[in-house]
Design a protein around this ligand. Structure first.
Ligand code: ADQ
Length: 489
């Protein structure tokens, strides 16, 4: 018997995620323009040479007509992308509803929506049905493009039913599933009405991956406590079939950030920023505007620091860059106004005619502008209330080899487990503690900053996104081979 995965050509990898890594804009009835959106996952997989990756996902636009769908499919094929077409109602119920209103807050310990229990229950049921329907649509597209020997890698909380539906099509498909958010304690997961179905659907995968051991442990506990299955050091066992469960901490393409610092445009940005903030220490926050990121807590801690340290008033500035997301959801609109209100109050309280303590931008920055900001920062503040990993902290470290700034990092971000040795770890709910850590960071000696930075820089440059992707896929190949060997024994 020979190992089934020893092949003379590059193995095909089907990456399935809710969103494709491109944004599509319709230019005419049958013409589309596409732009690659370089998120963490895209750059991770661009660097992977061992596999030939194809993407399957929703293009983020509603395309009701067949001519438009055909044209978009053709345009996407050139970028090795395959679309799943979802209509507006499904997007509303599956994506805005079940994914973003139920699973996202629950997995970040914010609980289930409670406003009107009866209405919630009714909409919960229809949203769950839409979630399964959308997952079925993804499965059908994957199955249509699957070739024997391919590896299928499903991503995130949007697609928890995908492993189950894929295995129903073909039990031999190699299926991995990776969660980018935290997996919460089983006590939180068990409040979800569809708790068992979701766990069983994920367990159909061959390999299930999380950012940290804690999340993996929580998932295994949920399976043992809620489903009554057996947890082993390898994963979860159900009637002799093992689903391997493990931690695969993601990284970034650190080289891309380090190289960017030499680009003339970035150096020009750096020069401008240094001039603009001369004589002041720069503190930086970069987040999607989401309740999990703890933006109000961060700003309130900065206010407390200013209150307690009048000598710093005109010597420090906090730049908070917050990309708006999910802007049609009322909770996110409320958060935006709340943040604006706090920033306005603090700037009114501590600002002078020549300087304000907080610059808050409600928008995304392009890659080069972001690198320049990271490079001029003295103290980065990451105060997520929960965060699967948090790549901003990695990106900051990658851009700091000259300056050796300080990272203040929430202990509730997955990154605390990898960058904890170099960062100042804080509980973001404890405003007094965060304010004290700002003081500590701003007054830290050059030797200590250098020592802490070195620890983090080594981690960020040694544990890259490419390594993460390669490790996950090769572990998935090995898991399937081992399972076949077990069956033969
Ligand atoms: P996110 O919640 O999006 O990701 P994060 O890991 O910090 O959080 O990644 C955000 C990305 O967006 C970073 O690459 C950052 O540079 C970029 N970004 C954020 N704000 C920006 C701004 N204002 N302008 C430009 N770019 C901005 C989810 C999980 C995380 C997990 C990742 C990857 O919630 O916990 O780390 O997936 O698994």
């Amino acid at each position: 018997w020979e190992r089934p995965d020893v092949r003379p050509f590059r193995q095909r990898l089907l990456v399935v995620a809710n969103r494709l890594p491109v944004s599509a804009v319709r230019r005419g009835e049958e013409s589309w323009s596409l732009e690659i959106s370089a998120g963490g996952l895209v750059s991770a997989l661009l660097g992977v040479k061992e596999f030939e990756a194809r993407w399957i996902g929703w293009a983020g636009v509603n395309v009701p007509d067949e001519a438009g769908q055909r044209a978009l499919t053709k345009a996407l094929a050139e970028k090795r992308c395959i679309p799943v077409f979802l209509d507006e109602d499904i997007v509303h119920q599956y994506y805005n509803g079940y994914c973003n209103n139920i699973l996202w807050p629950l997995f970040h310990y914010l609980g289930l929506p409670q406003e009107d229990r009866l209405a919630t229950t009714r909409s919960f049921q229809s949203q769950f049905a839409a979630y399964k329907k959308a997952n079925k649509m993804f499965a059908a597209v994957v199955n249509e493009h699957y070739e024997e020997g391919d590896v299928v890698w499903c991503h995130d909380y949007h697609l928890m039913f995908l492993p189950k539906y894929l295995k129903e099509y073909n039990s031999k498909m190699k299926v991995g599933w990776f969660l980018h958010t935290p997996f919460p304690s089983s006590e939180i997961h068990r409040t979800l009405p569809s708790r068992s179905e979701l766990l069983r659907a994920v367990l159909a995968a061959d390999l299930v991956g999380f950012h940290t051991y804690d999340y993996a442990r929580h998932f295994v506990s949920a399976c043992t406590r809620i489903l009554g299955l057996e947890g082993t050091p390898e994963g979860v066992e159900d009637q002799g079939r093992l689903t391997r469960v493990a931690a695969f901490p993601i990284g970034i393409d650190s080289e891309r950030f380090i190289r960017a610092l030499d680009v003339p445009q970035v150096q020009e940005h750096i020069r401008e920023l240094k001039e603009r903030f001369a004589g002041r220490k720069v503190m930086l926050g970069v987040d999607r505007l989401d309740m999990i990121k703890g933006i109000p807590q961060k700003i309130l801690a900065f206010e407390k620091f200013l209150e307690e340290n009048p000598t710093w008033h005109e010597k420090v500035v906090l730049l908070q860059i917050a990309v708006p997301t999910r802007t049609d959801v009322p909770e996110y609109q409320k958060l935006t106004s709340q943040v604006h209100e706090i920033v306005g109050r603090i700037n009114g309280r501590f600002g002078t005619l020549t300087a304000v303590p907080i610059h808050h931008l409600d928008r995304s920055l392009d890659f080069h502008a972001l690198c320049a900001l990271y490079a001029v920062t003295d103290v980065a503040l990451v105060t997520s209330l929960r965060d699967g990993m948090n790549l901003v902290s990695y990106e900051f470290v990658a851009c700091q080899d000259a300056k050796k700034g300080v990272l203040i990092l929430s202990e509730f971000a997955g990154a605390a487990q990898s960058l904890g040795a170099g960062a100042i770890l804080v509980n973001p709910w404890n405003i007094t503690e965060v304010a004290a850590s700002i003081d500590q960071a701003l007054n830290m000696s050059a030797e200590e900053r250098e020592k802490r930075h070195q620890l983090n820089f080594e981690h960020v440059t040694n544990h890259t996104a490419q390594e993460w992707a390669e490790t996950f896929v090769s572990e998935l190949n090995d898991t399937v081979v081992e399972a076949q060997l077990r069956i033969r024994q």
